[in-house]
Design a protein around this ligand. Structure first.
Ligand SMILES: [Zn+2]
Length: 400
């Protein structure tokens, strides 16, 4: 009888306690002195509470939280560049009309970190982005080293004009180069997936996916046509040119609730040539079509390249919408990127810890986000809210 009384008394106490502390899971967990029955009740009550938490609290990433996370990572990245190289991170814009918005970003960032902004080399001079290495430490050396690739880029543009496919946006083609050969590795590839941290946005994602699919498939057409025109290989100045493993055309149709991953040419090339790259070779990306004008890496590509110790010759703060990492990427490359994203998040968060949009979102994951291990995936999903990094930063940071 006494035991039964104790059971009811502690159950009642537990329920009152949970009512008062309905959001404080840790306080409940610290109450360990229960009978076996009480443990079961506690577990039931907890799963009920988990359901409540899921329904009542916003576990869904908003655009504001996505912008804040992207900004935190930019700040962390720039601070890390500064502390590890002693030089400001450089972000390049394409034309003088982009100067004002970059100056605004630079001013807003100044409270947290100083960055340099300047205009990138025009595409007509150098249509490539190069992954820097010990030999190619800056754009000037990349221009000298990549003269054959520059000729190749012009050939591809001519071929594209002949094919009359219309303007292509974001048509970057990755490739590998050494003293004797250049291999092109295909267009950006796409893959649909179900997000974990953000809600569906079917109408917008469907439109974005369909246009990305159209442009990717046109680049695949171009490469297929180019490959047959050179019938397996030609040579430019003694360097053999070939197209390797063109990815199959994107055929999947968008389906409800999905997001999509976009694998940029440089990341596909890095994943493919991870084991064969050495001091005599380098990876590059060609900006193809007159409408693909930026000769700088998107910020997400820049984070991946820096993580493999092959920083981009130039980095922009434009779009990196739906950027993601292909499954062909080696676990060691993936984990190098993840550790850096976590590191840059932690550095950036110290500066921006009062961002209410981000804090409201991430506080819902305080139990699961041990060691900030959820941050890399959250960052990838933040990139599905399409916007330039300049806008993401301007939206997030208070006026200077
Ligand atoms: Zn990119």
């Amino acid at each position: 009888m006494r035991t039964v009384f104790k059971f009811y008394r502690s159950t009642t106490l537990l329920l009152i306690f949970m009512f008062l502390m309905s959001c404080d899971k840790e306080s409940i967990e610290s109450e360990t002195n229960y009978s076996k029955e009480n443990t079961t009740i506690k577990k039931d009550a907890e799963s009920e509470k988990a359901g409540l938490t899921k329904d009542k609290l916003h576990k869904v990433m908003t655009k504001e939280a996505a912008d804040a996370l992207s900004t935190i990572i930019v700040v962390g990245y720039a601070k890390d560049v500064l502390s590890s190289t002693g030089k400001n991170a450089i972000f390049q814009y394409e034309s003088p009309k982009d100067f004002a918005v970059h100056q605004k970003v630079q001013k807003k960032l100044k409270k947290y970190v100083t960055v340099d902004i300047n205009q990138s080399i025009p595409k007509t001079t150098f249509p490539l982005i190069v992954a820097k290495n010990n030999r190619i430490s800056n754009t000037e050396i990349a221009m000298l080293t990549g003269s054959t690739e520059t000729k190749l880029a012009k050939q591809l543009d001519l071929r594209l004009k002949k094919m009359n496919l219309g303007p292509l946006y974001g048509a970057y083609i990755g490739g590998y180069s050494d003293a004797s050969k250049i291999e092109l590795v295909g267009a950006s590839d796409l893959e649909l997936y179900t997000p974990r941290y953000r809600g569906a946005d079917d109408e917008n994602v469907k439109n974005a996916y369909n246009s990305a699919k159209e442009y990717s498939n046109k680049v695949i057409d171009l490469l297929t046509e180019y490959q047959s025109s050179i019938s397996g290989g030609i040579s430019i100045g003694g360097v053999k040119i070939s197209v390797k493993d063109i990815n199959p055309k994107v055929t999947s149709n968008f389906s409800t609730g999905k997001m999509f991953k976009s694998f940029h040419g440089m990341i596909v090339a890095m994943s493919k040539y991870a084991s064969s790259i050495d001091k005599n070779s380098f990876l590059f990306e060609i900006a193809c079509s007159s409408n693909t004008t930026k000769i700088s890496s998107c910020f997400p590509c820049a984070t991946f390249m820096a993580s493999q110790k092959n920083s981009a010759t130039s980095v922009h703060l434009g779009r990196g919408d739906n950027w993601n990492i292909p499954s062909s990427c080696s676990p060691s490359m993936l984990s190098a990127w993840q550790s850096n994203i976590i590191k840059w998040y932690e550095i950036g968060l110290k500066s921006l810890n009062k961002n209410s949009d981000w804090n409201a979102f991430i506080s819902n994951y305080s139990g699961e986000n041990r060691g900030n291990k959820l941050i890399p995936q959250m960052f990838l999903e933040a990139l599905t809210f399409e916007d330039s990094f300049t806008k993401r930063i301007i939206n997030t940071l208070p006026d200077a």
